[in-house]
Design a protein around this ligand. Structure first.
Ligand SMILES: Cc1cc2nc3c(=O)[nH]c(=O)nc-3n(C[C@H](O)[C@H](O)[C@H](O)COP(=O)(O)O)c2cc1C
Length: 185
């Protein structure tokens, strides 16, 4: 007999306040809790001194504001790319599609040309977009705030392009996954 939703809540999904663990920095528990959060993956890219520059981020949050349209992402303070990338007047965010796991790995790799063989488009003000992504956001930096070992970067979105029938690449528990509709939906 298959388990009902309430059976599962009292079993494998049950939480217990008395078993909560301290959120120590770098602890396995914090990593596990954060890794349970599924995230879309974005390529944050621009032309800087004529060179395509970029990194991958799964910390992107959209709809931070709708008027004006704003999104944000969080970048490690030890990033070598961000201090260069942030000089661009416009920065492109391409939300990757479900078949772009290899693109994600390439654009986050160190010690190689991240853009080798990648088809991109560059806006007039320097935002760089990855082809076959599900959406493109043409952004400028509106605010930067410190957050522990990261900086939170808030972007103003100036222009968008959407491929509505395409599905996103999902990063969850350190693996790439694809979305599936539920029967309830
Ligand atoms: C799936 C995935 C998600 C990532 N998300 C972030 C992120 O949100 N913020 C961040 O600073 N780096 C993130 N990274 C790492 C960066 O893409 C990049 O590898 C890192 O910034 C080191 O390169 P850099 O020193 O050139 O910046 C992510 C990497 C992967 C593969």
């Amino acid at each position: 007999m298959s388990a009902t939703v309430s059976d599962r809540w009292s079993g494998e999904f049950a939480h217990d306040l008395s078993n909560m663990l301290p959120a120590d920095p770098h602890s396995v528990q914090v990593r596990a809790a954060f890794n349970q959060f599924p995230a879309a993956v974005g390529a944050v890219c621009a032309l800087v001194d004529g060179e395509r520059t970029g990194l991958i981020a799964s910390s992107i949050a959209v709809g931070v504001s709708y008027d004006p349209p704003m999104v944000l992402f969080s970048v490690r303070k030890d990033s070598q790319t961000w201090p260069v990338l942030r000089r661009a007047p416009r920065i492109g965010i391409s939300i990757l599609s479900e078949h772009q796991g290899a693109v994600c790995q390439q654009l986050s790799a160190r010690g190689r040309d991240r853009f080798q063989g990648l088809t991109t488009e560059s806006g007039e003000a320097g935002a760089v977009f990855v082809q076959e992504a599900i959406s493109w956001l043409d952004c400028s930096i509106a605010a930067v705030t410190e957050a522990g070992d990261h900086e939170v970067v808030v972007f103003r979105v100036h222009a968008v392009s959407v491929a509505e029938s395409a599905n996103p690449l999902i990063y969850h528990q350190t693996r790439f996954r694809i979305l599936q509709a539920t029967r309830d939906g």
